[in-house]
Design a protein around this ligand. Structure first.
Ligand code: PXP
Length: 238
């Protein structure tokens, strides 16, 4: 099981004072040294945290694998084609949202997504879709020709331990099995932390987690190296 670290919120701290620190690229390199096997960032339409200069610096320095989360817009496609991350993860984006609120509705947007995904893949970029644990949505992802999907663990992560959470976990499990049986690489993420990650890490079809907020928050207390190492230690045996 691999860990990809989302470093957006190092940029959020920087932007809180419109300053030049902390430097997200430095956080990315330290995360790699501590065992992260990928670096993820979300460039938003409003550039509230990550900006183009960060993407360029990541591209020049990240040694593992760079994954840009972005909306499926012309503006974002141009940025990806120009900078060439290893992976583009297509996510829905609502300007007022605090964080990504759900998976991309690929069924409703199938027509527009087809050529968008094709163009990215033709340039050598792997395409991922952030998708809710819904079997029909996952089948449409497969139809669209993506390389992998990232199953949205947000609903599970928002629930307290109990019946409802077990149901949400089971949905993730079934979604992972189904996606895997279709030949898709399965990643998962959103809202995962040091406490809730273990039951999801036990799902064998999931090969990688994308985790951001909880690691950045813990970094503020123990430093990024320890924060990443602790998360790697939790998931590495799966
Ligand atoms: N995956 C996707 C698609 C996301 O949009 C985010 C948040 O940027 C994450 C994973 C990471 O979520 P969190 O910050 O809650 O760990």
């Amino acid at each position: 099981m691999k860990l990809a670290v989302n470093v957006d919120h190092f940029a959020t701290i920087r932007e809180a004072r419109q300053s030049n620190e902390p430097e997200p690229v430095l956080a990315a390199l330290l995360a790699e040294q501590a065992g992260a096997e990928g670096i993820v960032c979300h460039i938003r339409g409003d550039r509230r945290h990550i900006k183009e200069r960060d993407l360029k610096l990541f591209r020049e320095t990240v040694k593992t694998k760079l994954n840009f989360e972005m909306a499926a817009t012309e503006e974002m496609k141009k940025i990806a084609l120009d900078i060439q991350p290893e992976i583009v993860s297509l996510v829905p984006e609502r300007p007022e949202e605090l964080t990504t609120e759900g998976g991309l509705d690929v069924i409703s947007n199938e027509k527009e997504l087809g050529p968008h995904i094709k163009e990215l893949r033709n340039s050598g970029i792997k395409v991922s879709i952030f998708v809710d644990p819904n079997l029909k949505q996952i089948e449409t992802c497969k139809k669209l020709g993506v390389d992998l999907i990232e199953i949205n663990t947000g609903k599970y992560a928002d629930l307290k331990p109990g019946e409802e959470r077990l149901k949400a976990l089971d949905e993730i499990k079934k979604a992972a099995e189904h996606g895997h049986s279709l030949g898709l690489e399965i990643h998962a993420g959103h809202g995962l932390d040091y406490k809730n990650v273990l039951p999801v890490a036990a799902i064998p079809e999931i090969t990688e987690f994308s985790i951001g907020f909880s690691i950045v928050a813990r970094s503020a207390i123990v430093g990024i190296e320890s924060a990443v190492k602790e998360m790697v230690a939790l998931i590495e045996n799966y």
